[in-house]
Design a binder for this molecule. Structure first.
Ligand SMILES: Nc1nc2c(ncn2[C@@H]2O[C@H](COP(=O)(O)OP(=O)(O)OP(=O)(O)O)[C@@H](O)[C@H]2O)c(=O)[nH]1
Ligand SMILES: [Mg+2]
Length: 452
């Protein structure tokens, strides 16, 4: 599983948790940690990030932002920072040296960058300093032709340093010179030495590493080695269109702290985009972007309609009853939710095991009830039960069963409200509710002891 999918699972946890308490956040954080560590992200970075999320989660959200939204947004922002954050590429670089292992997309990226700057009115030259790969000269020459920029190379020359030196002599009038260097299948000493020498001869203001998205966490060793050798001050993620592993690649080299400037999104010269960490994160996680995720979180929250505060304030009736059942069903097994609320022991077994079929049946029965009946179930007499059963094509026992379930839950909530005591439920925050639940659990235990 690529990093994006794993992070999505953690985000879904935050989005869907019935009750976003400390434990639920800790679980999500653990999931994020596992995802990042398996993508080879430095452990210290992972722990810092976890601490940040947990710290932020305990803060009071800014006005107008719901707590769940705030936690999701915070987590999202921290992850976006980890995969490269938001940095504006230098507007007018003068000399760019492109580095990268074999086949990562250096030559293509050189062309894309050339076209990018040419479009912005600059005079650009592409220099072929790849003296190892057959036909590298012709490839870059062709790319330069397509981009409509100048090309420089010395066909049979075996020294990359010499090519760069004479290019600098020749190309004094250019606004931007981009050097395309050689790739190798691994970072051996010879390649490192060559890069160090090319850097010394070229004296670039920008040294950018081209990383292909499909390389995943292997990016880490590469980035480190190039960084140690010549210092990398920018990253370009190529092939972002063809692999979702780019998140892992970027996270893996987070330690180099080199900003990610662009992503390559195709083979054409125009397929270059400014890197937007948040948008990219959304892409690899399968959400449109952060906004889309927040929207979904809001929808989920609305659908759930499951705020303990709401059960405590306001009236309990069949409509609310059904909503609760439906909500708990959506959030996973009802027993899990009951457990979180400290109610597991109190819930009738039938409710713990309530299946979709039963929920559907309840819905059909309730559709045959009048508004008044749903609002005040106490008025449902034997005659009314008969009528509802007939109307819904169910047996009277089924209607009675629904009413029994309802009454059990109502009774339980009655106890709940009593414990909530004098405090206005609308003014209760999550802490109060937690405290109350603990108290509720405590009372249960005490009671039991008394009976013994
Ligand atoms: N889909 C896609 N393909 C890309 C992208 N960038 C490069 N490629 C393809 O990747 C392959 C390798 O690209 P090159 O630019 O030749 O890579 P290189 O790093 O110069 O390779 P060497 O010089 O051999 O080390 C080519 O087939 C490109 O068309 C991209 O952003 N998206
Ligand atoms: Mg090349």
């Amino acid at each position: 599983m690529a990093l994006g999918e794993k992070l999505r699972a953690a985000m879904e946890r935050l989005k869907n948790a019935a009750f976003l308490d400390k434990d639920a956040i800790a679980e999500a954080v653990k999931e994020i940690q596992r995802a990042l560590i398996s993508s080879d992200v430095e452990v210290n970075l992972v722990f810092n990030l976890s601490r940040e999320i947990e710290k932020k989660a305990s803060e009071v959200p800014p006005k107008g932002i719901d707590r769940r939204e705030f936690i999701i947004k915070t987590t999202y922002d921290l992850l976006a920072d980890l995969i490269g954050g938001q940095h504006e590429a230098p507007k007018e670089p003068k000399k760019i040296l492109l580095l990268g292992l074999f086949g990562q997309g250096k030559t293509t990226t050189a062309g894309k960058l050339a076209a990018w700057h040419k479009k912005r009115g600059r005079h650009v030259s592409l220099v072929c300093a790849d003296v190892h790969r057959p036909a590298s000269f012709e490839q870059l020459q062709q790319v330069a032709g397509q981009a409509g920029v100048e090309f420089y190379g010395i066909k049979a020359e075996k020294s990359a340093v010499k090519i760069v030196q004479s290019a600098l002599q020749e190309l004094k009038k250019q606004d931007l010179v981009i050097v395309d260097s050689a790739g190798r299948s691994g970072l051996d000493e010879a390649l490192i030495k060559e890069i160090i020498d090319v850097k010394a001869a070229f004296n670039p203001d920008q040294i950018w590493l081209v990383l292909s998205a499909d390389i995943g966490q292997l990016a880490k060793r590469q980035a480190q080695a190039f960084h140690e050798a010549v210092g990398v001050n920018g990253i370009i993620l190529s092939k972002a269109d063809s692999s979702s592993k780019g998140g892992g690649a970027l996270a893996a080299c987070a330690e180099t702290r080199a900003p990610v400037y662009f992503i390559g999104t195709g083979e054409k010269l125009s397929d270059l985009e400014i890197f937007d960490a948040k948008r990219y994160l959304g892409r690899i996680m399968g959400y449109g972007d952060l906004e889309a995720l927040l929207e979904k979180a809001k929808e989920a929250a609305e659908e759930k309609d499951f705020k303990p505060e709401d059960i405590l304030s306001g009236d309990f009736n069949l409509d609310v009853f059904y909503k609760q059942l439906e909500a708990t069903k959506k959030m996973g097994p009802i027993s899990k939710v009951a457990e979180m609320m400290g109610l597991k022991m109190q819930l009738p077994k039938e409710q713990l095991e309530l299946g979709q079929e039963k929920l559907d049946s309840y819905k059909i029965i309730m559709d045959s009830m009048t508004k008044q009946e749903k609002k005040h179930p106490d008025i449902i007499s034997r005659e009314r039960i008969e009528r509802i059963a007939k109307g819904s094509g169910r047996r009277p026992e089924d209607v009675r069963d629904l009413l029994k379930q309802y009454r059990q839950l109502e009774k339980m909530l009655g106890k709940f409200k009593k414990i909530a005591g004098k405090k206005d439920p609308e003014k209760m925050d999550e802490k109060d509710i937690q405290k109350m639940m603990q108290k509720f659990g405590g009372m249960r235990k005490k009671k039991r002891l008394k009976f013994r």
